[in-house]
Design a binder for this molecule. Structure first.
Ligand SMILES: [Fe+2]
Length: 256
């Protein structure tokens, strides 16, 4: 057996949908309740659906009983404040796990490379069911910021940088890609992130919104890339030294 995956994501691991008219909607993300939660960068989260319908954002596998990133429980007080965001997350009609708005403070390209991680969405997901991928809807207008993906964590040649203007909609296999957002600021960035189960419903949604993997990176000076990459190797070496000094084991970063 193997997982059911979307053909649209098979080759490239991501798909960009038509841009949504974000400006026509109220800024519901400003009305939500946020919790402090450190994830690649200086972040807070406002869950719409969580493991048990509480305002917390831990991975479902960290709850009792542990389970995979499906069957998220909608949080009435949050859904009430963000009916449009909820409807957009539900539009594909596929199973939803975690659904939340992330708030990310501005960072640097070097921070982004340091923050690269893979998600663990498919932990405990039974073989034969739909592979869990994630939708990223940018809510604020961050056209100079980039969802940064790498197939190989340390190889800049594999890097994909997708710009994040308001209304940009991208679906990513975040367990396949190392990823993080380079947010230039100056204001925080808000994005709706939803865990969706792959299958015919998600495929139909991708087709309806003209999903495409065609993409060209905006130019980024190779000198900037090299310097940031060297900085990351330095920071990681320093981190390893601290961890070794404490007698702890090194862990690979992933999103929990
Ligand atoms: Fe992630």
């Amino acid at each position: 057996m193997s997982y059911i995956k979307s053909a649209a994501l098979e080759e490239t691991g991501f798909v960009i949908l038509d841009r949504y008219d974000q400006a026509a909607d109220p800024e519901e993300w400003n009305d939500l309740e946020y919790v402090d939660w450190k994830s690649s960068g200086d972040t807070r989260f406002a869950p719409l659906a969580s493991a048990k319908g509480e305002i917390e954002v831990n991975g479902f596998w960290n709850h009792e009983p542990p389970r995979t990133d499906k069957n998220g429980v909608w949080i009435p007080s949050q859904v009430e404040r963000a009916p449009r965001l909820t409807a957009r997350a539900q539009e594909p009609g596929t199973n939803i796990g975690r659904c939340r708005v992330i708030e990310l403070q501005p960072n640097s390209y070097s921070d982004t490379l340091y923050n690269l991680h893979q998600d663990d969405n498919n932990r405990l997901n039974p073989d034969g069911s739909g592979w869990i991928v994630r939708g990223f809807f940018n809510l604020t207008d961050d056209g100079e910021s980039f969802l940064t993906l790498r197939e190989d964590r340390f190889n800049p040649a594999t890097e994909i940088r997708i710009a994040l203007p308001a209304g940009s909609q991208v679906i990513v296999d975040t367990q396949r890609f190392w990823h993080a957002v380079w947010h230039k600021g100056p204001q925080p960035r808000y994005s709706l992130i939803t865990s969706w189960e792959s299958g015919p419903a998600l495929d139909a949604y991708i087709a309806k919104h003209n999903g495409s993997s065609e993409h060209e990176n905006a130019f980024l000076d190779p000198v900037v890339i090299d310097e940031a990459q060297a900085g990351v190797h330095r920071r990681l070496a320093e981190r390893s030294a601290v961890i070794a000094g404490q007698g702890r084991a090194e862990t690979v970063p992933f999103d929990d």
